[in-house]
Design a protein around this ligand. Sequence first.
Ligand code: SPV
Ligand code: MG
Length: 431
Amino acid sequence: MKTVYACFCTDVIHEGHMNIINEAKKYGEVIVGILTDAAMIRCDRFPTVGFEDRKKMFEEISEVSRVVVQSEVMYDRIIEEIRPDYVIHGDEWREGPKRAIRDNVTDLLNKYGGELIEIPYTKNENVRRIDMRVREKLSMPEYRCRRLRRLLELCSPVKAIEVHNGLTGLIAEKTVVEHDGELDQFDAMWISSLCDSTAKGKPDIELVDMTSRCRTIDDVMEVTTKPIIFDGDTGGLTEHFVYLVRTLERMGVSAVIIEDKVGLKKNSLFGTEVEQTQDTIERFSEKIRAGKEVQLSDSFMIIARIESLILERGMEDALERARAFRDAGADGIMIHSRRKTPDEILEFCDRFRSEDADTPIVVVPSSFNTVTEQTLAEHGANIVIYANQLTRSAFPAMEQTAKEILIHHRAKEVDDRLMPIGRILTLIDEL
Ligand code: SPV
Ligand code: MG
């Protein structure tokens, strides 16, 4: 009996999947592979159904003789293990980043004379609706909020990118790349105070009020499913911060990061060039404690951001604060630096990790941007935030276009650089 292998990355079995299984059956014994959660988030999206239940779903199909676990997006290991006569897949992977998986499978099959069977992807209203439902579920507050904690278990590190409106949210949500034979995408979104303020033409001094910042969160949430980490600046007065915690939890935000500064907050990347005051350990710990006390769910995270290195108060001060804020209940520590090299960040991570193996560490490599995610993770960082790069790339492009239109008194000269009208009209999916 010949064997046919089909890997599925789905929470629901619909007619498209059954079509693949029925077709596979014509060629031999059907072996189904189920992607693990960690592989699924690289290749497609977060599962809404647990791994065991996804596996069971396929075990219950009589046409399937065996269900196996595929723990990597690429097929090398699984093909070596089961050496199927055929691999079957829908033809949608001929386009876009998933083409890399197809190339990987054909290379592997060619080595021993295995064959690829491709069948037309089932595209109809019913399948589209089912897909939309899964996405909507992922965007619901309780599902979205708790996924950051799950990501911390699955990814090393979790990668978040700055978003400040629906459009940047869509970029964070949908950008998938193939590189070096692997697929990758961002895991989470960062709603930066700097970029949210800049998008509104305002300075980053806690001038944009929380109502307006929550409006930004809502715009992002409307069109995305990935977890959100909110830049809560100083958190304001403790008496106000507790209300913010409740609001963010209700909205489905996964974490708020608050920084240990008081008074008129200025952006950290100014460092000591402007006057900035660090809060006392006691008072900031009290703010964290108050936030944790009002929090209702188990999932929401309050992360304490330490500004000692930014304000040149030294490593010992940073570490003392990390211990104190963790003991006050902080669910994670963000350590920031504006040095060009990552040395002090890595030293902090090493020293904090040597005494605390678990508390998540968050880093923002804006200035020390030569360091890779892998190095940061090796030193114990759990979340890496790309805090402002979307805004900083969009602004010069827009400014250049505005200048050239003024110079040429027409738009023809800029046209080659622009997204085609056809693409912008179809960029946003309709319901
Ligand atoms: C932000 O993105 O608003 C931040 C990070 O707080 S930083 O600008 O580096 O201070
Ligand atoms: Mg900020």
